[in-house]
Design a binder for this molecule. Structure first.
Ligand code: FAD
Length: 397
């Protein structure tokens, strides 16, 4: 792959690193760079956290990532990152709620129950806290919910709920207090020499220079790479799918309605959590399909009603109590790498240009941010990120 030269000239660099994209990934990276004494500049054409990070369920967990030990570890390290930030700045200030999660399964659902027991074993093997709780304990954990007589649960005390817009904006503020900067502008080209050595970005605000440029544009990564390199096929061939997801957030509900993040993953898949506004945030991967073809307000309302119907399992009166017209209905677009693992590392063919694009970006932001900051500062690739190199895809070797 050849990066076309815009122009490279001797300039004084005001910034050490330019980050393209002000979602949770770009901003958290900016925070770690600035905290470590570098000067990052985030270039964002829209609002901070205005992309997928503002429309996410935002459950920080490694509990649903059990098929690959290294990926599980990376996610668990992301959660350790949140615990570190919480110890430094306080959970409420950053929008981190260490609520824990409960995966509820009926004992009569034999395959579902077996899968839960098997997950519990795998998680314990990874050193991740996961305990089976009986019906009575489940009721004590969630006195505001209804359960069937044979419901039991897997308790995941370390899972967390993140108020992702708040966290991202707070990271942006902390980054700026450490000397980082944010620019509202659109990148138009890379500044690079004939050998593909990158030294900055052309933007709608003029040129900005730095020895390293990182793209953190989420679902728009392919388009951004096409725009700044002039290599149009990036837009269609970048190994990332866009998968829409639907979420509803109710107005505030009585206190103590829900204490933990609750999910079911077998029949009538559903996940709900106590939202930062005092309401309930509800989603279901099955219901997402209802808005894939049709994203009209009518389709969104139908999806919301489907969620309320599913939520009757735990909250029989919710559908009668909540008017969908008073709920926040959101569609967020997941950036799903083709093999479901993160894409992290240098863009082959360019020196000084790094790409980050990932799903589970809420969980992963602290660990990707801190590892990438160390990589850029030291020039040494961290071993944990080796499995996520772009070179695993044809055309990126
Ligand atoms: C419904 C749903 C539920 C989810 N649930 C979870 C969950 O429970 N747990 C979890 O860990 N993850 C979850 N995710 C995924 C998670 O939200 C994302 O992985 C994460 O928000 C991605 O952050 P990001 O910073 O990479 O992207 P974004 O937040 O999309 O940020 C990218 C930024 O780049 C900007 N940008 C776009 N084009 C350009 C350009 N040309 N130049 C500069 N900037 C540009 C955009 O404006 C945007 O601000 C969920 C996602 C969805 C949609």
């Amino acid at each position: 792959m050849h990066i076309p030269a815009f122009h490279a000239k001797a300039v004084v660099m005001k910034h050490d690193v330019i980050i393209l994209g002000g979602g949770i990934i770009g901003v958290t990276l900016g925070y770690y760079l600035a905290r470590d004494g570098l000067k990052p500049l985030i270039i964002e054409p829209g609002e901070i956290a205005g992309g997928t990070s503002g429309a996410s369920f935002a459950w920080a967990n490694a509990s649903t990532k059990t098929s690959d030990a290294a990926y599980h570890r990376l996610n668990a390290d992301g959660m350790a990152g949140y615990r570190g930030l919480m110890a430094e700045y306080g959970g409420p200030a950053l929008g981190i709620n260490p609520s824990g999660a409960l995966q509820v399964v009926s004992r009569s659902d034999a395959p579902g129950f077996e899968a839960m027991v098997s997950d519990a074993k795998k998680l314990s093997g990874f050193g991740y806290r996961a305990t089976l709780v009986d019906h009575q304990t489940l009721r004590e954990f969630e006195p505001g919910l209804s359960f069937t007589d044979d419901d039991e649960a897997l308790y995941l005390p370390d899972d967390m709920i993140i108020d992702a817009p708040r966290f991202t904006r707070e990271m942006a503020r902390l980054m700026q207090s450490h000397g980082g900067a944010i620019l509202k502008a659109t990148p138009t080209g890379l500044i690079a020499d004939d050998n593909g050595v990158v030294s900055g970005v052309e933007t709608s605000d003029g040129p900005h220079y730095a020895a390293a440029v990182v793209t953190a544009a989420g679902k728009d990564t392919g388009k951004l790479l096409a725009d700044i390199t002039g290599f149009a096929p990036f837009a269609s061939r970048f190994p990332l799918r866009q998968v829409p997801g639907f979420l509803m957030t109710t107005p505030p509900v009585p206190p103590e309605t829900l204490r933990h993040l609750i999910y079911t993953s077998t029949t009538d898949e559903l996940h709900l959590l106590p939202a930062p506004n005092g309401g309930l945030k509800i989603g279901s991967d099955d219901v997402d399909a209802l808005i894939w073809e049709d994203r009209s307000p009518q389709a969104m309302q139908a999806a919301a009603r489907a969620l309320l119907t599913r939520a009757k399992r735990f909250l029989p009166d919710l559908a009668a109590m909540v008017d969908v017209n008073t709920c926040r209905l959101q569609i967020g677009i997941r950036a799903y790498p083709e093999d479901a693992k993160s894409l992290i590392g240098p863009l082959p063919g360019a020196t000084g240009l790094y790409v980050i694009a990932t799903h589970s970006g809420i969980t992963l932001a602290p660990i990707i941010g801190s590892l990438m900051a160390g990589w850029i500062a030291s020039g040494k690739a961290p071993g944990q990120l080796t499995p996520y190199a772009l070179s695993r895809f044809a055309g990126f070797a």
